[in-house]
Ligand binder design. Structure first.
Ligand code: FAD
Ligand code: SF4
Ligand code: SF4
Length: 470
């Protein structure tokens, strides 16, 4: 008789909430070898492996889990890297619950949870980093073409690594002083340690990818130079321009965009001030506006900086909030408070221009809007004040139109994002491809990586004369 797998995922150890709110160290601690072996046995090795169709980079999931089950962790790592250049990152921040794990047949058995694919991926990547000095690298013989990648976020890094593996010479241009895009300037240390990002970027550099930091394309190097010098260009510049509430009081001292707040904390290490020379305001009563991952990261960072109270204000309810469930539950465990169906309409300040709070209005939900979520509608005469000495707006981001306007002939949609073929990444401008947030708007790490991977495939076809949409 077939033995039914354990219905629940093997738990991953975590720092206790009362401890972790006092530090920026990683919350989730990863599987031990024994835990990974136990979890790997839950995989049924389905011949149709539906989980793979849920992974935007198409990892051979049963293949790598089979190797874990046999204790061949190095072989599991080799399989992972055939598909994924950033496995330790994805194992930590991928929204697995709506990707590979959502399709896992074990999760379809009533009362059962899917195989913890992301946790196993993280285990294998971390095991390799600790135990293998010189991981095997498979690179094709040189093909001679030169490719420029603009932006070193997950889309750009993936495109660069795949193209290097295919035998091309690749230059990555990055505005910031560190590579990684949102992985270094947005997602906090306690969810994604920067040493992990550095480790995976080092692997990509070991493929002979050259990363030019502090090099904004459009300023340090012109678009014309790029077009003349390279055989193909991949644009992975993200969508990092913050949106603002645009209400009265936005300019008061103590009102931040999540983008600025998180960049100061993560990239500039303001939580280690004065050892690092970037300061950041440490609020006592902090209000965060928004309901996505960015809002959760801002709220949890503010708490770790010493806030006595952190409230997240969201205009819809828990059901509609876009944040990953795991991040929301971690925030709740840590004592973050949530005010649902609430919308700020103006910020209030003192005579010296310092923020004192937000005047808010209660909302109710109406019919679904174009996003499919029920539209929040203000309730008359329901105004009230929420006190705060710091307010962080986390209500989304937009494309940066400055660089894009330099690429003459590049078509943008009405929101300012690049129009690109959804399969190949080809834009309307000859030899220019694009992918990631700058095409889709704010999305996820693995979707950006999927776009980078597909574009690398089609750039290779273009340079081999097998594809030309122009
Ligand atoms: P980015 O990561 O934005 O990288 C673009 C890079 O291009 C940047 O480094 C930028 O400096 C550079 N650049 C821009 N213009 C130029 C120029 N002119 N010249 C040179 N370089 C340039 N997704 C998840 O899957 N899970 C999560 O848990 C998650 N949490 C998030 C938390 C936060 C706070 C944020 C902001 C986002 C989060 N996301 C998460 C979303 C995810 O990080 C993005 O979807 C992903 O990083 C997009 O990748 P990208 O490569 O398209 O762009
Ligand atoms: Fe799942 Fe993300 Fe890993 Fe793909 S990369 S298998 S979607 S966790
Ligand atoms: Fe294993 Fe689930 Fe994929 Fe089946 S669907 S191969 S059980 S991970």
């Amino acid at each position: 008789m077939a033995v039914r797998p354990n219905p629940k995922k093997t738990l991953m150890p975590e720092q206790e909430p009362h401890e972790r709110i006092k530090n920026f160290s990683e919350v989730a601690l990863g599987y031990t070898e024994e835990q990974a072996l136990i979890e790997s046995r839950r995989c049924l090795q389905c011949p149709t492996h539906p989980c793979v169709s849920g992974c935007p980079v198409g990892i051979d999931i049963p293949g790598f889990i089979r190797e874990v089950k046999e204790g061949r962790f190095d072989e599991a790592a080799r399989i992972l890297k055939l598909y994924n250049n950033l496995p330790a990152v994805c194992g930590r921040v991928c929204p697995q619950e709506v990707q590979c794990e959502e399709k896992c047949v074990v999760g379809k058995i009533p009362g059962s949870e899917p195989v913890a694919i992301g946790r196993l991926e993280r285990f294998v990547a971390d095991w390799e980093a600790t135990n293998v000095k010189d991981p095997r690298i498979e690179i094709a013989p040189s093909k001679g073409g030169k490719i420029a990648v603009v932006g070193s976020g997950p889309a750009g890094l993936t495109a660069a690594a795949d193209l290097a593996k295919k035998g091309y010479s690749v230059d990555v241009f990055e505005t910031l002083h560190k590579p990684g895009g949102v992985l270094v300037y947005g997602i906090p240390e306690f969810r994604l340690p920067k040493a992990i990002v550095e480790r995976e970027v080092k692997y990509i550099e070991s493929l002979s990818v050259k990363i030019h930091l502090n090099t904004p394309v459009g300023k340090s190097i012109s678009v014309d130079e790029l077009l003349q010098e390279y055989d193909a260009i991949f644009l992975g510049i993200g969508a990092g321009t913050p949106k603002f509430m645009k209400i009265e009081g936005t300019n008061l001292n103590g009102v931040y965009s999540a983008n600025e707040f998180l960049t100061r904390v993560n990239l500039m290490k303001a939580y280690l001030f004065p050892s690092y020379d970037t300061p950041v305001k440490k609020g006592s009563q902090v209000v965060v506006i928004g309901g996505g991952n960015v809002a959760m990261d801002a709220a949890r960072s503010a708490l770790r900086l010493g806030a006595k109270q952190v409230k997240v204000i969201y205009r819809r309810t828990e059901q509609e909030m876009p944040a990953r469930r795991e991040e929301y539950l971690h925030a709740v465990e840590e004592g973050i408070q949530f005010m649902w169906l609430t919308q700020p309409i103006k910020y209030i300040g003192d005579e010296r221009g310092r923020v004192l709070g937000a005047e808010c209005i209660s909302m109710e939900l109406g019919e679904p809007d174009e996003s499919g979520r029920r539209k929040p509608i203000p309730i008359e005469d329901s105004r009230f004040i929420v006190e705060a000495d710091m307010i962080i707006e986390a209500i989304g981001t937009d494309a940066n139109r400055f660089l894009l306007s330099e690429f003459k002939g590049l078509s943008l949609n009405k929101y300012g994002y690049i129009i690109a073929d959804s399969e190949t990444g080809a834009t309307t401008l000859k030899k220019v491809f694009a992918g990631g947030d700058i095409v889709t708007g704010a999305a996820t790490v693995i979707e950006a990586m999927g776009a980078g991977k597909r574009a690398a495939y089609w750039i290779d076809k273009f340079l081999c004369g097998e594809y030309n949409p122009w």
